[in-house]
Design a protein around this ligand. Structure first.
Ligand SMILES: [Zn+2]
Ligand SMILES: [Zn+2]
Length: 312
């Protein structure tokens, strides 16, 4: 059952994208650097065969954030419209911990997350992905309450209504004290927040695998899908981070690998990309960049698995 309506941006059209011979009928993209500006990342996404992308809107390892100028915002919107690229996904800075037991860090995190939302709205981004945080020093339940409160504080008064903007809570690798290591925890946070903020989910294949879910065997796949349906629900998953895993299932080690070259392998990605219940979702690789061309290579692998590559 869908609890939130599916919202699409009016600045891109998957059906238009699908009519082009070189485009995928699935929304497939990759995390790209914004060197040279966000509009430049949009152009690069298109050039490497992606029709969606993820970016950082500021340096992910610095508290001080850059501002989005009106020119940058309009150039981004124009590039997206011209190239039919979307949704635009932003990943929150790694420094943000919305359930830190340190009030100082939590306050800094709320301010930084508010900046993330402001930049996302300025750029017209549909999605802002965030890891729920680390609740070290508290109980999981306290951490959950604090994360919900922080997100509520961060978005209060910002003009997200009338936009497709959603905060996506991402499932994590399940390391000790990290909130969001199970679908239940992601669902619980979303339920807490739904009355106060536009929220949905981002699931990561690597995190799902290393946190202990089986997406590799036939029976495991069916069971994992049933668990998603029971918890977050299929419609709530707006983005799938498509990453193979260097580490074993249940290891709780978050090490991304190129698609098809890790412990997950190609077949689960093919299955995911063909799953009609996720036809609305964007599939975005956050795979390593070991050599130039790696982003394009992983996009092409995903497109090939989706059956959307035109034979030469
Ligand atoms: Zn991820
Ligand atoms: Zn990860």
């Amino acid at each position: 059952m869908s609890k939130s309506p599916r919202v699409r941006s009016n600045t891109y059209s998957p059906s238009v994208a699908a009519t082009s011979k070189t485009r995928s009928s699935r929304l497939i993209g990759v995390h790209l650097s914004t060197t040279g500006g966000v509009a430049n990342a949009i152009r690069r996404a298109s050039a490497i065969g992606a029709n969606t992308l993820q970016i950082f809107s500021s340096s992910p390892r610095m508290w001080r954030a850059s501002k989005i100028t009106a020119d940058q915002a309009s150039a981004t919107r124009a590039a997206r419209e011209e190239l039919a690229i979307g949704p635009l996904v932003i990943h929150t800075s790694y420094l943000v911990n919305l359930c830190s037991q340190s009030e100082e860090i939590r306050e800094k995190s709320v301010q930084a997350f508010r900046g993330e939302i402001e930049r996302a709205l300025a750029l017209g981004a549909e999605y802002l992905v965030v890891h729920p945080g680390s609740y070290r020093g508290m109980t999981r339940q306290q951490g959950l309450g604090l994360a919900a409160k922080s997100i509520q504080q961060a978005i209060a008064g910002l003009p997200w209504q009338q936009t497709p903007f959603h905060i996506l809570i991402e499932n994590t690798a399940g390391a000790e004290f990290s909130l969001g290591g199970s679908f239940e925890q992601v669902a619980e946070l979303i339920e807490h927040l739904r009355p106060h903020a536009p929220v949905a989910a981002c699931l990561d294949t690597c995190h799902t695998h290393v946190s202990g879910y089986d997406i590799v065997s036939d029976a495991g796949w069916a069971d994992t899908m049933a668990q998603i349906e029971k918890t977050v629900g299929f419609d709530t998953v707006r983005v799938w981070h498509c990453n193979d895993a260097k580490a074993d299932r249940g290891s709780k080690l978050d090490r991304h690998e190129h698609i098809g070259e890790g412990k997950i392998g190609l077949d689960p990605f093919r299955r995911l990309l063909h799953e009609p219940k996720f036809s609305h979702a964007a599939f975005i690789a956050e795979t390593p960049v070991d050599a130039s061309g790696d982003e394009e290579r992983n996009v092409l692998t995903l497109r090939g698995l989706a059956g959307s590559l035109v034979p030469l």
